[in-house]
Design a binder for this molecule. Structure first.
Ligand SMILES: Cc1cc2nc3c(=O)[nH]c(=O)nc-3n(C[C@H](O)[C@H](O)[C@H](O)COP(=O)(O)OP(=O)(O)OC[C@H]3O[C@@H](n4cnc5c(N)ncnc54)[C@H](O)[C@@H]3O)c2cc1C
Ligand code: FES
Length: 317
């Protein structure tokens, strides 16, 4: 049985320096945080699927005309709690570590995040939780991202390429519509015909397929149907395959059904609202099956996850 990778890294509270922060498209932005000293050492060990908690309470609000109408009511809220983010990239430099976060502006904290500028300091706790693991016997990895599920899978794509170069990796990214895809820009028609739709995966030589519910880009339909089509067409041996998924819960439930029916090992990164992020407040329960029985137990997304073996998670139908 495949287990998510246990967090053996030394976590801590570190001050990170903003190196850059830019909008990539629509509501999606990327923030690069630079860590020095003990923070650089700790963050260099952050594995794909682990997360960090940012204190954004001191970040400024954007000017009123830059606040989207739907966020105008909540924009001014005090931010008492840190917010969790899974890095989409980690780069070790001489004596620093650069951590990139891909974020979507959905509320007061992510709105304030957009105003962080080079030289600003942010308090970060991490690396937290347990990340993805790569079973030795697998030769093909399929990455399935729904909407904002992309960041930990981008980090995983880089790690698979550098640490498991012999593995075949294919990425699937789905969203309701093309504007909800959190990527910089799609590649041209020739690259797409060759199976390389997304630049962020193509730079690692990883094929990628896009699915949109409304057909505005790539496959017209759910990303899980796109995955099923790929499995039907390529017929990989189930025991040579591992699937990694992150995205909305109905998508993860569908991935769970597919992988159960086809006996494919699968790890999913779950999302819960998190108050403490370190296993104290019990606010992030995930309903799971106990080992060796049908009994229901509750695990903590922040401490036992966020990556879980999909066969252990009980999804609401
Ligand atoms: C382990 C983990 C990793 C994450 N990684 C990323 C990432 O890489 N990039 C990114 O953009 N976001 C990520 N998120 C989600 C991110 O933490 C939230 O979007 C953020 O906290 C929103 O803060 P806010 O104040 O802007 O909005 P809020 O007002 O806090 O939230 C806006 C809306 O989103 C909902 N929401 C917020 N967080 C969650 C959640 N965890 N699960 C379900 N619904 C939620 C709220 O209920 C509310 O309706 C991650 C969450 C978790 C648990
Ligand atoms: S967020 Fe507090 S226990 Fe998980």
């Amino acid at each position: 049985m495949m287990m998510p990778e246990k967090n053996m890294t030394q976590k801590g509270v570190f001050d990170a320096r903003v190196r850059w922060n830019r909008q990539i498209t629509g509501r999606f932005h990327k923030l690069a945080l630079e860590f020095s000293g003990p923070g650089a050492v700790a963050m260099s060990q952050c594995r794909p699927g682990q997360f960090v908690e940012l204190d954004l309470g001191a970040a400024a609000l954007p000017p009123a005309d830059k606040i989207p109408g739907e966020l105008s009511d909540c924009a001014g809220q005090n931010l008492l709690l840190r917010r969790p983010f899974s890095p989409c990239d980690i780069t070790k430099e001489a004596d620093k570590t650069l951590v990139e976060l891909l974020y979507c502006v959905v509320g007061p904290a992510t709105l304030r995040m957009t105003t962080l500028s080079p030289g600003n300091t942010v308090s970060v706790i991490g690396p937290l939780g347990n990340g993805f693991s790569v079973p030795a016997s697998k030769t093909t990895a399929l990455l399935v991202a729904g909407g904002m599920g992309a960041p930990p899978l981008l980090h995983l794509a880089k790690t698979l390429t550098t640490e498991h170069p012999q593995m075949q990796v294919v990425a699937f990214a789905g969203a309701k519509t093309a504007n909800d895809l959190p990527f910089e820009k799609r590649l041209d028609r020739i690259a797409q015909d060759l199976g390389f739709s997304i630049q962020e995966f193509a730079k690692f030589g990883i094929e990628s397929l896009i699915a949109t519910d409304d057909g505005s880009a790539g496959f017209h339909g759910l990303v899980t149907d796109c995955l099923l089509n790929w499995l039907t067409e390529h017929k990989p041996l189930a025991n040579s395959l591992v699937i990694y998924a992150c995205g909305p819960e109905p998508m993860l439930a569908k991935v769970a059904e597919i992988t159960r029916q086809k006996s494919i090992e699968c790890q999913v990164s779950m999302e819960r609202l998190m108050a403490c992020g370190i296993g104290v407040c019990q606010s992030c329960a995930v309903e799971c099956r106990a080992d060796g029985s049908n009994e229901t137990i509750y695990k903590l997304c922040c401490k036992d996850g966020p990556v879980f073996d999909v066969s252990k998670v009980i999804f609401k139908s």
